[in-house]
Design a protein around this ligand. Sequence first.
Ligand SMILES: *[C@@H]1O[C@H](CO)[C@@H](O)[C@H](O)[C@H]1NC(C)=O
Ligand SMILES: *[C@@H]1O[C@H](CO)[C@@H](O)[C@H](O)[C@H]1NC(C)=O
Ligand SMILES: *[C@@H]1O[C@H](CO)[C@@H](O)[C@H](O)[C@H]1NC(C)=O
Ligand SMILES: *[C@@H]1O[C@H](CO)[C@@H](O)[C@H](O)[C@H]1NC(C)=O
Ligand SMILES: *[C@@H]1O[C@H](CO)[C@@H](O)[C@H](O)[C@H]1NC(C)=O
Length: 492
Amino acid sequence: MSLGGTSGPRVCARICKLAGRRQRMLLRLLVSVAVAFCFLFSSLVSKDEDASPGVETMLVFSDHVRSFVNPVWTSSGRPVDRKRTGPRPCPVCYLPVEQALALRPAKPSLSPVLQSLNYVLEEILIPKESKSGSLFGGFPSLEERDKSYDIKDSMTVHCGFVRGKVPGLNTGFDIDEADHSEMQLCQSTVVASAIFGNYDVMQQPENISKFSKDTVCFFMFLEEETEAAIKNTTIGHTKKIGLWRVVVVRNLPFTDARRNGKVPKLLLHRLFPNARYSIWIDGKLKLVRDPYQVLERFLWRKNVSFAISRHYRRFDVFEEAEANKAGGKYDNTSIDYQIEFYKREGLTHYSSAKLPITSDVPEGCVIIREHIPITNLFTCLWFNEVDRFTSRDQLSFSTVRDKIRWRVNWTADMFLDCERRDFVVQSYHRELLEQRQSALRRWPPQRSPIARFQPRKMLPDNAAREPWKASATKKLSRKRARDKKSSSRRTH
Ligand SMILES: *[C@@H]1O[C@H](CO)[C@@H](O)[C@H](O)[C@H]1NC(C)=O
Ligand SMILES: *[C@@H]1O[C@H](CO)[C@@H](O)[C@H](O)[C@H]1NC(C)=O
Ligand SMILES: *[C@@H]1O[C@H](CO)[C@@H](O)[C@H](O)[C@H]1NC(C)=O
Ligand SMILES: *[C@@H]1O[C@H](CO)[C@@H](O)[C@H](O)[C@H]1NC(C)=O
Ligand SMILES: *[C@@H]1O[C@H](CO)[C@@H](O)[C@H](O)[C@H]1NC(C)=O
């Protein structure tokens, strides 16, 4: 109600002051029309706000309408926070960058029990069982999977990149020697992201301090297809685009772009073995806070070594699985197989009985972590689940976390989704942006523009890679159909 009720008249009063006497009458008339319109609009919006969470389509729908009406409005709704519908950012209190840095712990956090983590390396691989993952992952058997949760002082586990001594050099997910050397030099903090399949528009981090620009490594992984599209629109042969150091990846281990994205997301400690901290952000997100402020707020201040946000309204893996099925995120059979498997291993519904665990379902588009043996183990084993089962990592997160938590005093901290939305802002995927731009060019539209924006079925975030059924270009829909079909097939 705030828009029509308060800010509207205040703005109008200011305009009135500026205007000449003769125009005041006309202005007053215009203002009353505007206020009436604002009032109507805000009452419509506040209806949305009161809507039950079940009416997700409607919320997302109105989000599209709003951003259509004013393309400057970001999906985080930052400039229009008070009347934003659906999941919103909430205020997060950060320290100034210098103070945050002063609180950086001198010593690495303790890694309970596990002190030395080594990785399986095998040149010749034959799958020992069906459904044991990919060649890139090394086909860990179920017995090896069990053993990898038997946490000891020194362990050797599967963690991708099994076919070479150095991750990224002839292991699959291959990178150039020059890129590799530069990645080895990254010693303090890495902020990493990836765009595979040309799905997203590259987002430049904002609000980054001079110190962070000089000391934090910003790495963006692309495959050749995305690189070609980006080179077309940007200038220069330098390997930097804005703050991002761009790395082109070859021999991607999977046919599915989403699955490939899990390699840098979960295995950053393999790619940047000397980095102490990392922040992973999905390609569709723009970082709008300084990395040190984020590390201080979500790791150092809480004495935790791993932080991820919760899903904004689902806490239960079974519910998440159903939502994934209903949204066509992955084939139903694979989702059911995974959930049945976890159920037999003891997965139960989320309830307050699990407290202090606050949720079983993460919103995994951001991961903030310190690279210590126990967090490295966690993400290796999480990757192995994503490799063995569906690529929907929110389904396997709690199983991996709990199997570790039952044995050692460590857990993954989960913060609020609205807090995450304070430091990363979501952009729409390329297709939607392009639709919106062309729609704006045709303004005023011959028919209601709203009709072109099909409501998204579910999760505004993780969900975003669903095929854009209604209005994708032919080429893209064909491509996605291919991706979808092959989503569980792997290149061997
Ligand atoms: C590059 O741009 C040209 C013209 O703008 C276009 O015809 C071509 O398809 C683009 N190539 C890629 C790979 O996007
Ligand atoms: C940069 O940070 C300031 C507050 O420190 C915030 O108001 C502003 O919105 C941020 N910029 C962006 C693009 O979010
Ligand atoms: C974190 O650890 C420091 C030093 O070990 C301690 O002073 C502080 O109270 C701890 N903070 C929390 C939130 O546990
Ligand atoms: C998958 O399951 C969902 C919900 O359980 C259902 O709505 C959907 O139609 C199913 N899809 C297929 C292809 O069977
Ligand atoms: C678990 O670790 C935390 C610090 O990470 C410590 O405060 C707590 O006492 C430990 N609990 C047990 C049971 O050892």
